[in-house]
Design a protein around this ligand. Structure first.
Ligand SMILES: NC(=O)c1ccc[n+]([C@@H]2O[C@H](COP(=O)([O-])OP(=O)(O)OC[C@H]3O[C@@H](n4cnc5c(N)ncnc54)[C@H](O)[C@@H]3O)[C@@H](O)[C@H]2O)c1
Length: 243
């Protein structure tokens, strides 16, 4: 995968999938601007720390990345949070933060990135949705709802902006061994190593995904190898259906 001369913005770049994606994009030759609550110490070409629930920050991020890198060819909307529980166990605060981070921020970043990419003749947006956004998973109503929204946004934008040379696609992972999964187990009193090993036994391939395995799909969708994919939801699930 050769992305020499390309420029990219990755949100959630300090997390499991974000770190792997940034490393791989840079390894393929792209210059990468990283965005997260704290980007201190991350290996990158530009650092744009901030909170995606801040409307001004989210709206301005693509332009700031383009100014820092000299353009914006690739946007990876990766930041996300997971709130556990059925609707009856979910608070207004759970709803607000899930919508703000998982839906509103990617919407604002996409909206701001499209004109920049269109003016340059095209680009690629890769959203990280989830298998749990394509089919309902148990006890995560807000997470599934917001991931379904970004999956739908991806499909809509894939149609609406193809004529501008902008490809919008999404990766839909099932379980990935990242801080998101590990802290979820810890909060519930489980040892994360044991819980992830046991979870792996429920996957037909025999293990949950590594962040690198998801980052490689991101890289593919961002590259010219995926030049005819617009609005695709690519499931990376090791053969495990949502159940
Ligand atoms: N880990 C999994 O099993 C899994 C499965 C399917 C989809 N995903 C999705 O993959 C993406 C990456 O998840 P991950 O597993 O690497 O999680 P992670 O928790 O390791 O990383 C998420 C990153 O997003 C950042 N972030 C959260 N809220 C933010 C905010 N308000 N402003 C700025 N940054 C913020 C966090 O600081 C963190 O670095 C998420 O969208 C997640 O929903 C993860």
């Amino acid at each position: 995968m050769d992305l020499t001369g390309k420029t990219a913005l990755v949100t959630g770049a300090a997390g499991g999938i974000g770190l792997a994606t940034t490393r791989m994009l840079r390894g393929a030759g792209a210059a990468v601007a990283v965005a997260d609550l704290d980007t201190t110490g991350l290996e990158a070409d530009a650092w744009l720390s901030g909170n995606l629930t801040d409307v001004g920050y989210a709206n301005g991020l693509p332009q700031r990345a383009a100014e820092a890198l000299g353009g914006l060819d690739i946007l990876v909307n990766n930041a996300g949070i997971m709130r556990r529980g059925a609707v009856t166990e979910s608070t207004d605060a759970d709803f607000d933060i899930s919508v703000a981070v998982n839906m509103q921020a990617p919407f604002r970043l996409c909206r701001a990135a499209v004109p920049i990419m269109a003016e340059a003749g095209g680009g690629a947006i890769v959203n990280i949705a989830s298998c749990w956004g394509v089919r309902p998973g148990p006890d995560h109503a807000l997470y599934c709802m917001t991931k379904a929204a970004i999956a739908s946004l991806t499909q809509c934008m894939g149609r609406d902006h193809a004529h501008q040379g902008i490809r919008v696609n999404a990766v839909c992972p099932n379980e990935v061994d990242t801080p998101m999964l590990r802290t979820g187990f810890e909060r519930r009193g489980f040892d994360p190593d044991t819980a992830i090993a046991e979870l792996g036994e429920t996957v037909p391939l025999g293990r949950v995904a590594t962040p690198d395995e998801i980052a490689e799909v991101v890289l593919f969708l961002a590259s010219d190898h995926a030049r005819y994919l617009c609005g695709s939801l690519v499931e990376a699930n090791g053969g495990k259906p949502v159940g």
